[in-house]
Design a binder for this molecule. Structure first.
Ligand SMILES: *Cc1c(COP(=O)(O)O)cnc(C)c1O
Length: 372
């Protein structure tokens, strides 16, 4: 049996490179709270992303929670259920009510045409998700938010390194969150960031809320502890040196999938607008059971029989979790539901062998033959 192929594999530098980076920590005995490696990573990221501010967090989820708390409001947030549990949990955990908007069938992000119908006098923000590194209709969302005086917080967890119209995706909306989790394109083991656009007051508030809400020995708003430590920052500094190469290797894998799968009728892969510089974070395919003669679950099982582990991502959509089911009744999202039942993320990472990509596509092709 061939070696196990998982849906992803974390990027890591050579061990020696990491060891060199952390040596100074033993001299300084400064482990967390904005240490020198933390500060260096911040500067490196600003340079790499060509943005003027970024704040680092222990993980992306707490970054989202801090961003939501920093709005300092209460009420409804328009979001989508076609995402990882984190997005919806963060909304609930910081005391807001999620209002689910359906997604579009082209790139699975929020259907901007449907946002305005969901706005009420309780709406305070829109929280769309740039899923799989796809880009939401940022222009239209911006227009709607301006018209109704709403904040925009992008869950850009999947989007590190993605540019839209020549600028980092973090330049859009009021706040964007990148996740630096081990499974993301760029990782700091666990980690995340917020970029805040043109609002110094909000930026200050976020720094305070990340550190328990402490400000000059006082607390005005309850915060949390979400600081990134020096060992995480060291991993980030190393991984950032290799990021362009990592993305290029992912591109080669992704291009090969595109080429092979374009010959299999009934399998749809994501298409990207030419204004987008991609990061090749995921490789989702949508299976048309009527054409293929097999469904998503059958394909996942078949791949697993061959020691290849794909991921039903995102399945279920968050408004199908028992805790959030009640929202589906009020705000049904049939397109998101349909997509989540037919989508499968195939393995993709920088070092995935081309032979394995051929093998995976052959399994899909052969299953189709059998299904007929
Ligand atoms: C990974 C992820 C998060 C959470 O990030 P962590 O760094 O794992 O806490 C949030 N939203 C989406 C869509 C994600 O994929």
């Amino acid at each position: 049996m061939e070696e196990k192929i998982l849906v992803t594999k974390s990027s890591m530098p050579e061990m020696g490179e990491y060891v060199d980076e952390i040596k100074g920590v033993w001299d300084r005995k400064w482990l967390t709270n904005a240490g020198p490696l933390h500060e260096k990573l911040k500067e490196d990221l600003k340079t790499y992303l060509k943005i003027d501010n970024i704040d680092l967090f222990v993980n992306g989820h707490l970054a989202l929670i801090v961003a939501l708390k920093a709005l300092g409001k209460a009420g409804e947030i328009i979001t989508t259920p076609f995402t990882f549990a984190s997005t919806t949990n963060a909304i609930i955990d910081s005391g807001y009510t999620p209002v689910f908007c359906d997604i579009n069938e082209e790139n699975y992000t929020i259907d901007a045409e449907k946002i305005e119908d969901l706005i009420t006098d309780k709406t305070v923000a829109i929280m769309p998700v740039h899923v799989y590194g796809s880009v939401c209709d940022v222009e239209k969302i911006e227009k709607i938010a301006k018209k109704h005086n709403l904040s925009i917080i992008y869950d850009a967890a999947h989007c590190f390194g993605v540019n839209y119209k020549g600028k980092s995706i973090a330049n859009y909306g009021d706040i964007s969150m990148f996740s630096f989790h081990a499974t993301k394109v760029f990782n700091t083991i666990e980690g995340g960031s917020l970029t805040i656009n043109g609002n110094n007051e909000l930026q200050e508030k976020i720094k305070i809320l990340r550190n328990f809400g402490l400000n000059n020995d006082d607390i005005e708003q309850c915060g949390t502890n979400a600081k990134m430590n020096e060992f995480q920052a060291a991993m980030g500094i190393c991984n950032l040196r290799h990021i362009d190469d990592e993305i290029k290797k992912r591109k080669n894998v992704s291009d090969l999938y595109d080429k092979l799968l374009s010959k299999i009728h009934g399998i749809k892969y994501l298409r990207f607008d030419k204004n987008i510089k991609r990061n090749y974070a995921y490789y989702p395919i949508l299976i048309d059971e009527k054409i293929c003669g097999f469904n998503r679950n059958e394909l996942a099982e078949k791949l697993a029989e061959n020691n290849i582990f794909s991921r039903k991502y995102f399945y279920p959509i968050t408004n199908q979790f028992s805790l959030y089911k009640k929202y589906y009744k009020k705000y049904p999202t049939p397109i998101a539901k349909k997509i989540s039942e037919n989508i499968l993320c195939l393995p993709i990472y920088a070092d995935l062998e081309f032979d394995d990509v051929y093998r995976i596509c052959d399994i899909i092709k052969n299953l189709k033959k059998k299904g007929k």
